[in-house]
Design a protein around this ligand. Structure first.
Ligand code: TXA
Ligand code: MG
Length: 326
């Protein structure tokens, strides 16, 4: 049977259809002024898990959440003065702000990879804007390519990289900027660049009024983005690949067969479904960490498909702080 071609021109009806798909938890390829994104409802854990699945990312890097404007951004993140200044200057545009996640935010913890921060951007592209307002959801979107390959700047690139794994790709023509957004971390102590991109460091310095202590290595080469962010770490100690947990521990289980000695058990997926497990991972870890216990035991997770990313995050979470990569 012939494959249905998922690339369609970004007409109003096509955007409306795409927005409906987003609301239903499906993924859509869409243009922004920087690169094409693979978008999903940022408030839907399962949708976010499928982003990682389709991109075949070996780890859960946090994703950028795309919003309509500063007002919508304020419902998801906490803006200090400097972040507000940067948003007013560069939005809509190629600047992503990493700021504290708002306590009342209903975005998936998987979007933030379990961190207390959230990356926000207002895209300067009519199709992206229409998709967000039509769906009424914040849209999480990494670049729409397989992990480790070049970012797509046309709808055809998206199709070439992801094929029919995405059922709808909105074609809005080539991206004007063609490189990803600049990602900055905005903290009380100041702003620093996590990833160079479409907005120059110079332009940001002109707004904040000081030289940025950037995160580039002396060589001038950016460190791999996945290394830049801190990793989620629970306050309790963690033991991995445990089949015989202690009574005083809490258990993060996986699958239908799990030990019953622990009073508190959270099961990532009784069906043994890795996508469901990914969707539950950070929320359940946080939940177990709230409970007074001798530690968190985690059952073995198969090292295949999304299990690779789950195990990567579990190992980082289990590492003592001084063993963590920066
Ligand atoms: O231009 C772009 O930024 C495109 C379009 C689609 O908007 N998106 C994009 O997303 O390039 P992605 O997922 O490929 O890159 C997101 C970057 C990663 O380097 C990630 O580590 C960083 O943003 N990031 C996201 N959330 C973060 C957080 N909470 N803390 C630190 N870094 C974060
Ligand atoms: Mg990317």
């Amino acid at each position: 049977m012939a494959q249905i071609q998922p690339v369609v021109p970004a007409t109003r009806p096509a955007i409306r259809n795409a927005a409906m798909m987003i609301r239903r938890g499906n993924l859509v390829g869409f243009p922004t002024e920087t690169v094409y994104g693979l978008g999903g409802d940022a408030t839907n854990d399962a949708a976010i898990a499928s982003i990682f699945e389709i991109k075949k990312r070996p780890s859960f890097n946090p994703l950028i959440v795309h919003v309509s404007d500063l007002q919508m951004a304020r419902s998801l993140g906490v803006f200090e003065d400097e972040a507000e200044k940067l948003a007013l200057e560069f939005w809509p545009g190629a600047l992503t702000l990493v700021i504290p996640r708002a306590a009342r935010s209903n975005t998936s913890l998987l979007v933030s990879a379990g961190l207390g921060t959230i990356a926000l951007r207002v895209p300067n592209h009519q199709v992206a804007q229409d998709l967000i307002s039509e769906s009424g959801r914040p849209i999480a979107a990494p670049s729409a390519n397989l992990s480790g390959t070049l970012s797509p700047t046309s709808a055809q690139h998206v199709y070439d990289s992801l094929g029919s794994a995405v059922s709808l790709i909105l074609d809005g023509g080539p991206c004007q900027i063609g490189i990803e957004s600049t990602v900055v971390l905005s903290e009380k102590s100041g702003t620093s660049v996590l990833r160079p991109g479409g907005v120059s460091q110079h332009a940001i310095e002109a707004v904040v009024g000081y030289a940025l202590s950037d995160n580039l290595e002396k060589s001038g080469k950016p460190r791999s983005p996945g290394q830049l962010e801190r990793h989620y770490a629970p306050s309790h100690s963690m033991r991995l690949e445990v089949c015989d947990p202690q009574e005083g521990e809490v258990l993060l289980a996986f699958g239908a067969k799990f030990p019953t000695v622990c009073k508190t058990v959270r099961n990532l997926s009784i069906q043994g479904d890795l996508k469901e497990a990914a969707a539950n991972l950070f929320a359940m870890l946080r939940d177990l960490d709230q409970i007074d216990s001798e530690g968190i035991s985690v059952m073995p997770i198969p090292e295949v498909d999304l299990g690779v990313a789950i195990n990567d995050r579990l190992r980082r979470a289990a590492a003592r702080p001084n063993e963590q990569q920066s």
